[in-house]
Ligand binder design. Structure first.
Ligand SMILES: [Zn+2]
Length: 71
């Protein structure tokens, strides 16, 4: 699921919006989560991935592959 990050011009708060590619292509109306302003702009820096830290540990957290803890 694509996640887009926006910043409000009025209150300068940042927030993320989840929308499909189709919704984005049709023209997504985004309003500020904090003040409701429509003067928001998309920011492209700092797209966060789910895995926060890069590392080699296979026991870093979450479900281990084949561990069966997700059931
Ligand atoms: Zn705002």
């Amino acid at each position: 699921m694509p996640v887009y990050e926006y910043k409000c011009d009025d209150c300068e708060s940042t927030f993320t919006v989840i929308a499909t590619m189709a919704e984005k292509a049709k023209g997504l109306t985004v309003t500020c989560r904090m003040c409701g302003s429509e003067r928001v702009r998309q920011v492209f820096s700092g797209i966060a991935l789910i895995s926060g830290k890069s590392g080699g540990s296979q026991f870093g957290g979450g479900c281990a592959p084949g561990g069966g803890c997700c059931g």
